[in-house]
Ligand binder design. Structure first.
Ligand SMILES: C[S@@+](CC[C@H](N)C(=O)[O-])C[C@H]1O[C@@H](n2cnc3c(N)ncnc32)[C@H](O)[C@@H]1O
Length: 305
């Protein structure tokens, strides 16, 4: 008997193609299905995160398997929207990680003073608590008048909450503690009005905020930013998607611009790592290196610090 003229790398010892376990096939089909039906691309999210959320929903709905969940979300958009809420973890708070805000005041603010205009992009802003925190910090540092904050997320529900700027009054005690630990200079209650069980953020805070839908997986560069804050978002992405998003940030920042990540995130092993230098390693604040001239960088930026 003659052997085949080619050798299939993936053949198992018995000559059959390598097989995958059913759950991993179902997860891939599920992610492919929602991408093709609804345009949301989770194919490069962290597999562990995606698997956890899918299995949790299968169990919650008492379904037999992931294939049943796929059928459900393909035929029922409301069921998909529910699942979308599961997948986009929206946990956030005001002045979360106070030490980051202290480092921002100490290391970033003095350099921002040299810019006539300061554009800040909050990518993955969730319901906006972090955006209002930055606005308060910039007010206290006398920089808000020349700032513009762009706050984006791909989840329209949280974006609407961010726009409204109304938060549970019950959260304000914890936020006040964070604010003071973050170097806050006033009474935190100066920034909101209590109304029954809600805290309505001061209107003046919103004046320099623009909220917009932006998907980090599929959408493009976002203007010429002096600061990008993208905290606790990259942890949900796999390495390939982290590479894409950090590349997007490098293109969106002016030379010398700042990139702020979450405390569990880093640029180590990310493709564009060499385009950044650490400003505060523990607080995950980085600066785009001035010599990082890239074909898409505008020459007019090169004079900035
Ligand atoms: C855990 S929250 C972090 C919120 C805030 N940055 C913080 O640290 O407090 C993650 C946010 O990332 C958003 N997100 C996830 N994937 C995204 C994507 N592809 N494009 C834009 N936002 C995304 C989620 O909707 C969610 O609001």
């Amino acid at each position: 008997m003659t052997s085949p003229p080619f050798h299939r790398q993936s053949d198992s010892p018995r000559g059959r193609p390598e097989t995958e376990d059913t759950e991993s096939i179902e997860i891939q089909l599920f992610l492919e299905g929602i991408y093709r039906k609804y345009g949301y691309d989770f194919r490069n999210y962290s597999l562990a995160h995606v698997t956890r959320r899918i299995l949790a929903r299968v169990s919650l709905l008492r379904l037999q398997n992931i294939t049943e969940l796929l059928a459900l979300v393909l035929y029922d958009e409301a069921a998909f929207q529910e699942f979308l809420r599961d997948l986009s973890i929206n946990v956030t708070e005001m002045f979360r990680d106070p030490s980051y805000y202290r480092a921002f005041r100490k290391e970033v603010v003095p350099l921002l003073r040299s810019y006539p205009h300061i554009k800040v992009w909050h990518a993955g802003c969730s319901s906006g608590e972090e955006v209002y925190s930055t606005a308060i910090l910039l007010i206290e540092e006398g920089l808000y008048d020349r700032a513009q904050i762009y706050a984006t997320d791909f989840n329209p529900v949280v974006l609407q909450q961010a726009r409204a700027g109304i938060f549970p009054l019950s959260s304000m005690r914890g936020y006040t503690t964070n604010y003071l630990a973050a170097g806050g200079q006033r009474a935190f209650s100066d920034y909101y009005t209590a109304d029954y069980d809600s805290a309505i953020m001061e209107r003046s805070l919103k004046e320099r905020m623009v909220f917009a839908d932006h998907n980090l997986v599929t959408d493009g560069v976002f203007g010429e930013m002096q600061v990008i804050v993208c905290r606790n978002v990259l942890i949900y992405f796999n390495r390939r998607l982290q590479n894409r998003v950090v590349g997007l940030f490098a293109e969106s920042l002016c030379p010398g611009g700042f990139l702020c990540l979450g405390l569990k995130e880093s640029l180590t092993f990310v493709e564009n790592e060499s385009r950044f230098t650490p400003v505060s390693e523990p607080e995950r604040i980085f600066r785009k290196v001035v010599s990082s001239i890239h074909p898409t960088d505008s020459p007019s930026d090169l004079g900035h610090p």
